[in-house]
Write a protein that binds this ligand. Structure first.
Ligand SMILES: Cc1cc2nc3c(=O)[nH]c(=O)nc-3n(C[C@H](O)[C@H](O)[C@H](O)COP(=O)(O)OP(=O)(O)OC[C@H]3O[C@@H](n4cnc5c(N)ncnc54)[C@H](O)[C@@H]3O)c2cc1C
Length: 331
């Protein structure tokens, strides 16, 4: 029988974030499980999931464990896994856990699998070859550290309560000190994995328009206006993000991180709206997990028209999005 353990860390306010609750939800489907908590103060998080059905709450608590650092995170996770005699260790595949999952497995003499999309009693699922092939896998080695990609299952929800935690002692220090986080302001943060809508901008936004001129500053204003009003996530075609390398006028808030497609990302959003993009296969393959797809292109023969989109508006995206922004502003 497996000894199943979920290890999660607390947020700066002491709570557990959505990816942590998703890992708890997955563990719950597997049978009896324990939860390991890491953070400056773990009691609030334990209380948050008091009703999740965990057999035990093991906690590594201390100010030094609040920082996202390899040395302290790996030491804490190792100690909890040993204390629980875990054979299956589930962690959320956030950037923090992605950094330590393999190291923790090595310390425990086990194996790690990352970017896992599902866990069942018989094994895991994950995708290969840029999300084109789904593999079902099992492993004989234990402990098996499984990093679950965020957004693949519904997070655990339930009433808070009072949970009894078992402290796990760890002595770990690090010369690395996290002194702060430098991140773009929320209004400039255009990649929003939890957004309901993916808004894709293609190279057409920077091309000459009907009047024979380009209108890049206006394109930037329209796109940012829509993103701010709708809180959609911003994606791009490869052509648009490659333009900067060619010395052409570009949208300043767009980088290769926004690129969707074969050589870009494959995000998961319920809906997608493509604008000024041709809808070629290497781009649309990144739309694999977008459930409802719409596109605005001047070209009635574009890829979207050939079965890639549910609805294609053959129209000028400048005009359509200006109108959409006006409607949103009126709301
Ligand atoms: C190995 C390989 C990997 C690749 N990987 C990727 C990838 O990961 N992601 C990716 O995106 N591409 C990828 N590509 C490139 C891909 O094949 C296309 O070249 C690219 O997606 C085209 O980008 P685009 O549609 O924005 O630009 P374009 O092909 O230039 O299309 C612009 C579109 O905008 C329309 N348009 C212009 N003005 C307006 C307007 N006012 N209103 C409405 N529509 C307008 C035009 O009609 C046109 O259809 C890859 C290619 C290769 C060979």
């Amino acid at each position: 029988m497996e000894n199943i353990l979920v290890i999660v860390h607390t947020e700066p306010n002491g709570s557990l974030a959505k990816p942590a609750l998703e890992a708890v939800a997955v563990a719950k489907t597997l049978g009896s499980f324990s939860v390991g908590l890491i953070g400056a103060d773990t009691q609030k998080a334990a209380n948050q999931i008091a009703g999740c059905g965990a057999a035990k709450f093991l906690a590594v608590t201390g100010a030094e464990f609040s920082q996202p650092r390899y040395a302290t995170d790996a030491a804490a996770a190792e100690a909890i896994a040993k204390a629980a005699a875990a054979t299956i260790v589930i962690v959320p595949h956030t950037s923090r856990w992605g950094r330590v999952a393999a190291g923790v497995a090595a310390r425990l003499g086990g194996r790690a699998d990352t970017h896992v999309t599902g866990v069942t009693a018989t094994g895991i699922t994950r995708w290969y070859y840029r999300q084109r092939m789904e593999a079902q896998m099992t492993r004989t080695q234990r402990p098996w550290v499984i990093a679950l990609d965020p957004g693949c299952v519904a997070p655990w929800t339930g009433a808070a309560g009072t949970a009894a935690t078992t402290p796990v002692a760890v002595t770990a220090t690090s010369r690395t000190q996290v002194t702060g986080i430098k991140a773009p302001e929320a209004s400039q943060q255009t990649i929003r994995p939890d957004a309901k809508l993916l808004f894709v901008a293609g190279a057409g936004w920077t091309k000459k328009q009907a009047d024979g001129a380009t209108h890049v500053p206006e394109a930037a204003e329209i796109i940012l206006g829509f993103l701010n009003a709708s809180k959609a996530s911003l994606g791009s075609s490869k052509s648009l993000v490659d333009l900067s390398g060619e010395g052409q006028a570009v949208l300043p808030f767009m980088s290769h991180l926004n690129q969707i497609g074969q050589t870009g990302s494959t995000p998961r959003h319920p809906k997608g709206l493509s604008t000024c993009c041709h809808g070629e296969e290497p781009h649309t393959v990144g739309w694999r997990f977008i459930n409802e797809r719409r596109a605005i292109s001047l070209d009635p023969n574009c890829g979207w028209a050939r079965g890639k989109a549910d609805v294609l508006y053959v129209a000028d995206a400048f005009a359509v999005m200006r109108k959409v922004n006006a409607l949103l502003a009126g709301k």
